[in-house]
Design a protein around this ligand. Structure first.
Ligand SMILES: C[S@@+](CC[C@H](N)C(=O)[O-])C[C@H]1O[C@@H](n2cnc3c(N)ncnc32)[C@H](O)[C@@H]1O
Length: 298
């Protein structure tokens, strides 16, 4: 394979990918995705590439450094939702839903959402949030959820009768569990249809092939997409996705629980102004939501 004008042996790439994926929280990432991130990294870090080519041994200091750095980046961008224990718990809860169809099924859904801090936080305001969003957008009939994580488990809180929901993320296992949940929701309400599929948002060009939607959710994704390097990917996603409204959210607390100094994102507002998209800001305890109206791509 050629990177930055240098030849990199396929076996070496394969070995690096295997080593990076040794950590259990990174195991559900596809080799293809890890490879892409690895090549991107080596392209941007020619010195690292140079050292690697000089000494490709997995015992070499630089080799280990590359593995460590990639794991760090993947964890930061992706790993948060991928802890095996969490996933296992979700799988058990969804299985219980599907097999037993209990009377109090919404309680179980709450437990699924509580398996991760980010969705747990929203439990206290989900209904209020959707009421406010849909007061602006109207009741959507088709929703796209990009980098969905656990968010689709909150569908029952949306209180929408006729709904087609398209959820996209990266982990096959998570999406399989989600599909089971969607099938369960369909048994409860035949006017609900859910679809879960893999979509890597760094390939945002693919967004234009999706069906037109009324609303697209892009919750807590901009840091993941932009990775501290401007806001080009967020902008591309916002432009390309065929939805009348895009709802973008940001945490207003840091991961250690401190309140952020700038809970609103000025750049988001400047970007919307530049694109000519009007927006409304909705403030919730630990998260701020921008409901952005864009012109429908036909
Ligand atoms: C911070 S979480 C947000 C999850 C969800 N939107 C929410 O707010 O509840 C980030 C999500 O983005 C997904 N993700 C990371 N990189 C991605 C990419 N390149 N394409 C699509 N999804 C990605 C992760 O798997 C994870 O589920």
């Amino acid at each position: 394979m050629n990177i930055g004008g240098q030849h990199l042996d396929n076996e070496l790439i394969a070995q690096l990918i295997t080593d990076i994926r040794q950590k259990k929280e990174l195991r559900s990432l596809s080799r293809e995705f890890v490879q892409e991130q690895l090549l991107l990294f080596l392209e941007r870090e020619p010195k690292m590439l140079h050292f690697l080519l000089q000494n490709p041994s997995s015992r070499a200091e630089r080799y280990k450094q590359i593995v460590k750095e990639l794991r760090k980046r993947l964890r930061r961008a992706y790993g948060l939702f991928r802890w095996d224990e969490e996933l296992h718990k979700r799988q058990q809860l969804v299985e219980e839903l599907v097999m037993k169809k209990p009377q109090n099924w919404k309680k179980l859904v709450g437990q699924v959402l509580a398996t991760h801090a980010s969705t747990q936080e929203r439990l206290s305001f989900f209904e209020h949030l959707y009421r406010q969003i849909f007061a602006i957008t109207g009741k959507p009939k088709r929703i796209i959820d990009l980098g969905c994580g656990l968010h689709p488990y909150a569908i029952p809180f949306m209180k929408l009768k006729t709904l087609e929901y398209f959820a996209y993320d990266l982990s096959e296992e998570e999406l399989q569990t989600l599909e089971q949940f969607f099938a369960f929701l369909h048994t409860k309400n035949p006017q609900f249809q859910g679809h879960a599929a893999i979509l890597d948002l760094f390939h945002w060009q693919k967004l234009k092939h999706l069906k037109n939607a009324d609303v697209c959710f892009l919750f807590k994704m901009t840091d993941v997409l932009d990775r501290g390097k401007g806001h080009k990917v967020t902008e591309a996603v916002l432009r390309e996705v065929s939805a009348r409204f895009v709802v973008v959210s940001f945490p207003t607390k840091t991961m250690s629980g401190k309140r952020m100094n700038y809970p609103k994102r000025k750049w988001m507002e400047l970007l919307c102004n530049r694109l000519g998209y009007p927006f409304t800001v909705l403030q919730f305890p630990d998260e701020v939501f921008y409901v952005i109206e864009k012109k429908m791509v036909s």
